[in-house]
Design a protein. Structure first.
Lengths: 631, 205
């Protein structure tokens, strides 16, 4: 059988879903991943519009553009959208798209579950925005502390909406985490031992483990809040033995790792982009991996530094100060490794690399204000001021958003088969870099001047007007930059130069495929000879044969050294993930209005799950040989 | 053509042991749920430290009989599950069916006895934070027990009407592992809900 014949057969076997429900039942990881990315980007634009509204409101003292109540909803929606509906799902989408490609397999371990996770995320996000548009958007901040968010001070459905949206997004996050762990550990191409996994995939493995241990905490926490509000439990009611501070512990036990869940994938982007544009293997690969893992562990030991003003014991504060300063070490190690990589590399200054440089500049400033904030006395002074707003935007936008935009440009040719316009790319970068600093740098000063967070306006005598006006002006540049990037991508999609397979001369496996990659990814699964798969490949690098092309078959390998172990058949597309997502949504949304809907939802979902199982099992009963049953 | 090829066609198709993808997925789910249960225990311990009157003096001393019977049923139910688990590796579907039927009965018994216990706890979730954490802990675990029993029943019914293939054997085994998980998870809750109140009251008075 020639390669061409194999490719033709694979084309048939891995053909996209057909029929009236094809759009609802397509399970290919690239399809699902791209949906995550596009959906998250739309939510990003929504969150950006909310930010623009806030900047317009704050541009001058005593501005009457937004009412106090609307302002509360808008800043809550902004934070919630950016953290839960944009940042994490975006990173997850990148993982869903690229992890199978980078490790050399055909799909993720559980493709149908993958699609279910996407729908749960989508429905949760739509639910939040639907409630916002009918004036029932949450209004107690992105972390909704009780007692403010409790039944006494927040009647109505606003906070319930927020808390249930958490259930949706965290469920989808947990699903992707398990997908990534199993896929990256069990489905790597032969030869890709643990010490040859691309750094981007390593970063996704680390955050997946973090998600598994962090997200249950916030699901439980927001669940307690919902129960307090709906059926009068007393988890956070001091009068009946509960404790509102406990909410904060549970929230930040998730919330601090969450920051790293957003930031660590970005470190993966940076390493990937730097390797390619310096034409050099990353300096200190084992140390880089160790730093990622160490950051993952340490991320769980910092949560109390968000709670320094809650009156915790001194000893605890000292411990968490020390831990917060310690986490600068692995990040510092990585930055030095990157500098060492750049040092002897031959730099090609393209847009993705510019974004990486932007990341260095901005993230290092954010990191330094982070070390400042880790000190308890300073923290107590600037707590809840714009200094914190400045810090968190420097670390999150600098640390995640810049590398992400770099990654968009880097992989744009792989996604579309076309090159983007370098000129527009660089223009967008400079608009963003300048706009970002003009917007957020003045916030440091505003914070030191005493401007509190989450105020809808301020008096002219306070003297905060000019810097606020400057910050609002900067926001215009950020918006322009995003617009230029989108225009660039839109135009290039039609008229960009043909990209070919590997326009950058990059080292990871996805660049050995046509752009965009076919549904089955690889005609023959690759065999990997080093950490930079394509650079290390011999001219006659072996290929895997013997994986069935008639079925959606994948090769399962061993965890440590990726030796071939056995073969498994993956499922084909199915409508059931969508149906189960609908019933889950029905139960979860219904339950915030009437508790019995939870039970009804559970029964309906149980029934739908049986349908899911039965349909899959029937397929196997038809094709697989029955096993012997000794009497 | 002098291609170098790595032929994997001789490898086993599907496995029923810990190398299978589904096995890992199942493990992942249990880690997630285990974290959830660990957080519930943390909630109990935190609230206990935050209160002087714990359990509140209005809470009657728990009656140990039924909860202990229930715990024993759960532990004993692991025996048929282990037999089913082993039988599945040998492809002995008949033995799996018998053991699964026993486990479904055990699961139903556990659920019935637990609802009697819960109805006689003597306090409600809305009475105080102690009530909240105890009710939610029991509720969460009961929900999982219900799911595990339902899953076992589903597989039992399936294996009675459809041919058992290798994937079904793997399903049998993953369900068995999930069953052990549900039983093990109850142990700390049994202790903190039914035993700890007796111990802490003795200390105080």
């Amino acid at each position: 059988v020639t390669q061409q014949e194999e490719a033709l057969q694979l084309e048939k076997t891995w053909a996209p879903a057909a029929g009236p429900f094809r759009w609802l039942s397509e399970i290919s990881h690239k399809h699902v991943g791209m949906r995550y990315i596009i959906t998250a980007f739309i939510f990003f634009i929504a969150g950006g519009i909310e930010a623009a509204f806030m900047r317009w409101q704050l541009a001058k003292p005593e501005h009457g553009f937004l009412s106090p109540d609307m302002y509360n909803q808008i800043f809550t929606m902004h934070g919630t959208t950016m953290m839960f509906l944009f940042a994490v799902p975006m990173m997850e989408g990148m993982a869903v798209y690229f992890v199978p490609l980078m490790i050399g397999t055909r799909d993720m371990a559980f493709p149908k579950l993958n699609l279910y996770g996407y729908y749960i995320y989508l429905f949760g996000g739509l639910f939040l925005y639907f409630m916002f548009f009918i004036n029932a958007g949450p209004d107690a901040g992105w972390f909704s502390y009780p007692p403010l968010s409790g039944p006494q001070f927040s009647p109505g459905k606003r906070i319930d909406t927020w808390a249930q949206m958490i259930t949706f997004t965290e469920m989808s996050g947990l699903i992707v985490a398990i997908e990534v762990i199993v896929t990256a550990f069990k489905m790597r191409a032969p030869g890709m031992s643990l010490n040859r996994i691309p750094l981007f995939v390593w970063s996704m493995i680390v955050i997946s483990f973090m998600i598994v241990f962090a997200m249950p905490s916030v699901m439980l926490d927001s669940g307690f809040l919902t129960l307090d509000r709906l059926i009068a439990t007393h988890f956070f009611n001091r009068a009946e033995g509960g404790d509102p501070i406990f909410y904060q512990h549970m929230f930040w036990f998730f919330g601090h790792p969450e920051v790293y869940i957003i930031f660590i994938p970005a470190l993966g982007f940076v390493s990937t982009i730097l390797t390619v544009f310096t034409k050099r293997r990353i300096f200190g690969y084992p140390v880089m991996v160790a730093s990622l893992v160490f950051t993952g562990f340490m991320g769980f030991g910092l949560w109390v530094h968000h709670m320094f003003v809650t009156g915790l014991p001194q000893l605890g504060q000292s411990f968490f100060t020390a831990a917060s300063m310690m986490i600068a070490i692995p990040t510092g190690v990585q930055i030095f490794c990157w500098i060492a990589t750049i040092w002897r590399g031959s730099l090609t200054i393209r847009t993705p690399l510019l974004y990486v440089f932007g990341f260095f500049a901005i993230f290092i400033i954010g990191g330094m204000t982070g070390v400042i904030l880790a000190s308890v006395p300073i923290n107590a002074q600037v707590h809840d001021t714009y200094f914190v707003v400045a810090h968190l935007h420097y670390v999150l936008l600098g640390g995640a958003f810049f590398p992400l935009f770099g990654a968009f440009h880097f992989w744009y040719p792989k996604w579309t088969g076309r090159m983007y316009s370098e000129k527009l790319g660089k223009l967008a970068f400079w608009l963003l870099f300048i706009g970002f600093n003009v917007t957020f740098f003045p916030m440091h000063i505003l914070g030191l001047m005493g401007m509190p967070r989450r105020i809808y306006t301020y008096q002219p005598q306070l003297g905060w007007g000019p810097l606020n006006a400057l910050a609002s002006g900067g926001a215009v540049f950020i918006a322009l930059s995003v617009a230029v990037m989108l225009i660039n991508f839109r135009i290039s999609r039609r008229s960009g130069a043909e990209a070919g397979m590997n326009p950058w001369g990059a080292d990871t496996l996805e660049w050995s495929l046509p752009s965009p990659p076919p549904n089955y990814n690889f005609v023959r699964l690759p065999v990997v000879a080093g950490p930079n798969a394509l650079w290390d490949a011999a001219p006659d690098q072996p290929q895997v044969v013997g994986v069935s092309t008639e079925k959606r078959q994948v090769l399962v390998t061993k965890v440590l050294d990726a030796e071939p172990d056995h073969l498994e058949d993956l499922p084909t597309h199915s409508i059931w993930p969508f149906i189960v997502a609908v019933t889950t949504t029905f139960g979860l949304i219904g339950s915030i209005f009437y508790a019995w809907y939870f039970t009804i939802g559970a029964i309906v979902t149980g029934a739908a799950l049986i349908g899911w199982f039965w349909a899959e099992a029937r397929k196997h009963a038809k094709t697989d040989p029955p096993v012997e049953v000794p009497a | 053509m002098n291609e170098r090829l790595l032929d994997v066609s001789a490898l086993e198709l599907e496995t029923t042991d810990s190398r299978a993808l589904l096995w890992w997925g199942n493990l992942g789910m249990m880690v997630i749920e285990g974290t959830m249960f660990a957080m519930l225990i943390a909630t109990y311990l935190y609230l206990r430290v935050a209160n002087l009157d714990w359990p509140p003096s209005t809470v009657p001393n728990p009656d140990l009989t039924l909860p202990t019977v229930n715990l024993l049923i759960m532990i004993v139910s692991c025996v048929p599950m282990i037999i089913a688990d082993r039988a599945a590796t040998r492809g002995n579907a008949a033995a799996v069916r018998i053991c699964y039927a026993l486990c479904v009965l055990a699961g139903i018994a556990v659920l019935v006895i637990r609802s009697i216990v819960v109805a006689n706890l003597g306090f409600k979730w809305s009475d105080h934070a102690y009530g909240s954490v105890v009710w939610v802990s029991i509720g969460m675990h009961t929900f999982h027990t219900l799911a595990a029993t339902g899953e076992t029943l589903l597989l039992l019914v399936y294996s009675l009407v459809k041919p058992v293939v290798k994937k079904t054997l793997l399903d049998f085994r993953c369900t068995a592992v999930y069953w052990y998980f549900i039983v093990i998870m109850w142990l700390p809750f049994y202790f903190i809900i039914y035993v700890a109140p007796l111990l802490s009251r003795k200390e105080r008075f």
